[in-house]
Design a protein around this ligand. Structure first.
Ligand code: PLP
Length: 465
């Protein structure tokens, strides 16, 4: 008998099928472009280089070495397999059930967070709640602090994933606080007040402010005065402050990173309004709790890892930014994160988001680099691009730089005559895209996806009914 489905019935929930997942943006389109044509030095040398993923591959060798030297920290080795039965059974939602091991892990995380904050503040392991990464933690925090229809202020430019993680399932909203390049995108009290008052006039209930410090996409850290001013702002309004400190250990220059936890030590404020989100994914990748408990408590390893990691990040950042400077491309001065904020304003046909997206299309389709346009981070000024620099090997860096160099030089040559320049720009910028969406998801088959693309593996994003 043939199965027939009544198509008028809504099979999936409204959340699964609505368009609020925030992934309709060039930030995610760039990942798809990479996935459908990934660069490989020999097998696909003309493919797209992934520079849109804030991933840190520079110290994997240190982690691998530690794992080999500590086989009993993994249940997948002869030395550690006898722990399998303890781990395989039901685990408490708060983390590993095996109490001793759980405490060891929380203690390890607390010590690690204290250490990357320069040991100027200590964290109480009993006040740490575990979740599956900062993505889940940020969403959970929003579920706890905001009701559907409420909003959080988010200084822009901000991490493109916030549009999805904070809003999609919670039903809360984001109100951007516009920050600008004239003062290095500083978060000012005036900008916060303006966004807050504007929201109030529109009857939007602001429940808090969420920031990433160090910033994604800027790669800069917040100064103490800005943090103090943020704290007094949220205190005066009796709203929350969520500090996503996921990049705390990526600082490779000065000034050093200061955790919000350090600032509130000397401030008279309501500490219940302040929440810190932290994740190890930017430093150590995805390790299991069991393994982490042992690794984070190995003080010597952690010390060496942190030193070496910031040294390697500094070196790579330098190679990239100096390489770009040589062809006349500048970037916001930064010293944290796994990316920097590249200034392509001089290459825009006009200072609009439309022109920024046109330039981005040229970069991804002709130059074959996946960098993310500032508009996907809600930057109020067109022409800025986020460039990730830690997720590739040295050879790929050279290929990427060479491509940018060629692209810029080609533009400059053609720029000699203004008539020609017009022609060059029009020719390149008017690419073959008639629709504003670059890629049709349904055209990309799962086997083509790189393991680095969270999108295609999310069944909800593809859900239609
Ligand atoms: C500011 C920020 N928060 C959270 C995340 C997601 O963290 P996780 O991989 O731990 O879920 C990212 C990832 O890029 C990020 O940049």
């Amino acid at each position: 008998m043939e199965f027939s489905r009544n198509n008028s019935r809504q099979l999936l929930s409204k959340i699964a099928t609505n368009d609020g997942h925030g992934e309709n943006s060039p930030y995610f389109d760039g990942w798809k472009a990479y996935d459908s044509n990934p660069f490989h030095p020999t097998q696909n040398p003309h493919g797209v280089i992934q520079m849109g993923l804030a991933e840190n591959q520079l110290c994997f060798d240190l982690i691998e070495k530690w794992i080999l030297e500590n086989p009993d920290a993994s249940i997948c080795t002869a030395e550690g397999v006898d722990k399998f039965r303890d781990i395989a059974i039901f685990q408490d939602y708060h983390g590993l059930k095996e109490l001793e091991r759980r405490y060891l892990l929380l203690q390890g995380v607390a010590k690690f967070m204290g250490r990357i904050g320069g040991n100027r503040v200590t964290f109480d392991p009993n006040r740490i709640v575990m979740s599956g990464g900062a993505t889940g933690a940020n969403e959970t925090v929003m579920f706890c602090l905001a009701d559907p229809g409420d909003a959080f202020l988010v200084p822009s430019p901000y991490y493109a994933g916030f549009a999805r993680d904070l809003r999609w399932r919670t039903g809360m909203d984001i109100v951007p606080v516009d920050c600008e390049s004239w003062n290095n995108f500083r978060i000012t009290r005036a900008a916060l007040e303006e966004a807050y008052e504007k929201a109030q006039r529109s009857n939007i209930n602001i429940k808090g402010v969420i920031i990433a410090n160090p910033s994604n996409p800027l790669g800069t850290v917040l100064d103490k005065d800005t943090m103090r001013s943020l704290i007094s702002f949220i205190n005066d309004k009796s709203i929350h402050l969520v500090c996503d400190e996921i990049y705390a250990a990526t600082v490779f220059g000065s000034p050093r990173f200061t955790s919000i936890a350090e600032i509130i030590q000397d401030m008279d404020c309501d500490r219940d309004l302040i929440h810190i989100v932290y994740s190890l994914s930017k430093d150590m990748g995805s390790l299991t709790q069991f393994l982490l408990a042992a690794m984070l408590n190995d003080e010597e390893f952690v010390g060496n890892f942190l030193r070496e990691s910031s040294k390697r990040l500094a070196k790579r950042h330098n190679v990239f930014t100096k390489g770009l400077e040589r062809v006349g491309i500048s970037s916001l001065k930064s010293h944290a994160g796994l990316f920097f904020w590249m200034d392509m304003r001089p290459l825009l046909k006009e200072q609009t988001v439309k022109a920024e997206i046109e330039l981005w299309r040229v970069i991804i389709n002709k130059v074959k680099l996946n960098v993310s346009p500032g508009s996907s981070f809600q930057c109020s000024e067109p022409g800025w691009f986020r460039v990730c620099f830690a997720n590739m090997d040295d050879e790929t860096v050279e290929v990427a730089l060479e491509r940018i160099r060629e692209f810029v030089l080609q533009g400059k040559e053609k720029n000699h005559s203004s008539e020609k320049s017009k022609h060059w720009k029009n020719q390149n910028l008017r690419l073959s895209f008639s629709s504003s969406r670059l890629y049709d998801e349904s055209l990309i088959s799962p086997h083509m996806m790189s393991p680095h693309s969270p999108i295609p593996r999310s069944p909800l994003v593809r859900a239609r009914n």
